[in-house]
Write a protein that binds this ligand. Structure first.
Ligand code: PLP
Length: 390
């Protein structure tokens, strides 16, 4: 929540920038750890959600593992002190260079997405005289009931191995002497808020781990991925996702044998609420049908609304009451847009805000996940800066 104290401090800082509230980040990490520990669950942080140095340091200090989707993320995880025994490497298109880097780093596990990738990792590990730990990413054909741009677990998606290909996977694993099958892996999509979806996933995981066990494989790790969503509509009143309820679904519905571990890969739910994008109103354009607030930030700083039609709460934090709520004696409906030369460069249409003026500070809330990391230099824009609560 923004207060006048914070906005006074912002007065001197060049916009746009990401503002990180490290208290919110730490409270979220603690809540997640407490809930996971109750069940002995292992949580890896999905680094692609946010690899801001201070964010990574903080997350690492809580003992999370790292879920990486590129060689550079594997490298960064090790550099930032994540334990290599807690680093997993997923991704549908790992290059030979990236696989070699991860083999040299001695990571915990490759989450493998095709039969061909199994063969390549087997060859590359063999060339180094190593045995690589692998988990098979299976596409469980579960509808995540999220935006179709961020669903990943349907047969039409490019990710993972489809169930009908599993006999081929089993044969390949038997013939690959440099691979050790550690477990099975799933990740069905992002910003999933309906816990029923995870219940459906549990049922599929139970069936598929049973399938592997019956084929004579020992499944030690059940990695159920991430995707747990946050409340974009109410960032102040609901700023920590209900990790208790989330993990309880798996505790209730996942069949876990005594020798098995359950692993998670949470990204968004750990970092989304800890940051806002702060921008300034450059111009106010009043039209006959539309009023526009033109900000000094756009899709080059936060692309989620333009890429996924994502909703973000937008506040004018120059017009706060003493209690911190937005003054709204004179509310006006604006389209809040950026300066980039694309018509899609709009944060949201028809936003009700207090009457706003050139120079006002605007906060785009819940921007800690898939925000700063997706910033670009399109239009030769400056690199977006970060400001921290401490
Ligand atoms: C992106 C990703 C995650 C994290 O997803 P969130 O929705 O941010 O929790 C986890 N696992 C894999 C394989 C991913 O690609």
């Amino acid at each position: 929540m923004f207060t006048k104290d914070i906005t006074t401090r912002f007065g001197e800082i060049e916009t746009p920038f990401y503002y990180y509230n490290l208290d919110v980040l730490r409270d979220t990490l603690q809540a997640c750890q407490n809930a996971a520990q109750k069940y002995g669950y292992h949580v890896h942080y999905a680094m692609k959600a946010n690899f801001n140095p201070k964010v990574l340091q903080t997350i690492q200090s809580y003992g999370f593992g790292a879920d990486c989707v590129s060689g550079n993320e594997v490298k960064a995880a090790i550099e930032y002190g994540f334990n290599k025994d807690k680093v997993v490497f997923a991704g549908v298109g790992k290059s030979d260079k990236e696989i070699n880097l991860a083999l040299d780093a001695g990571i915990f596990c490759f989450n493998v997405e095709s039969v061909q990738e199994l063969l390549v990792i087997n060859d590359l590990a063999g060339a180094k005289g190593q045995k690589a730990n692998v988990a098979i990413r299976i596409n469980p054909n579960v509808d995540a009931h999220t935006h179709h741009f961020i669903t990943t677990g349907l047969e039409e998606n490019k990710f993972g191995v489809n169930v009908w290909q599993l006999p081929d996977v089993a044969d390949t694993l038997r013939n690959c002497k440099n691979l050790n099958l550690l477990g099975i892996h799933f990740h069905i999509g992002s910003q999933i808020t309906d816990l029923e979806t995870f219940k459906t996933l549990c049922t599929r995981v139970n069936e598929l781990s049973e399938w592997f066990e019956q084929k004579g494989f020992n499944i030690k790790v059940l990695n159920v991925g991430g995707g747990f969503g946050v409340n974009y509509y109410s960032p102040d009143h609901d700023n920590i996702a209900d990790f208790e309820a989330y993990f309880k679904v798996f505790s209730d519905f996942l069949n876990v044998k005594p020798n098995q571990e359950v692993h998670f890969e949470l990204g968004r739910a750990l970092v989304a609420q800890s940051a806002s994008l702060i921008a300034r109103v450059l111009y106010v354009k009043n039209g006959l049908k539309k009023n526009f607030l033109i900000l000094d930030a756009g899709m080059t700083e936060l692309i989620r609304p333009m890429l996924y039609q994502a909703y973000h709460q937008i506040e004018n934090i120059s017009r706060l009451s003493v209690a911190g709520s937005q003054l709204s004696d004179k509310a006006i409906i604006y389209d809040v847009v950026g300066p980039i030369c694309e018509s899609t460069d709009c944060f949201r249409k028809d936003v009700e805000l207090p009457e706003s003026f050139r120079g006002d500070l605007i906060a785009v809330r819940t921007a800690g996940a898939y925000g700063e990391v997706m910033a670009s230099h399109y239009n030769l824009r400056d690199q977006v800066q970060s400001v921290y609560s401490e």
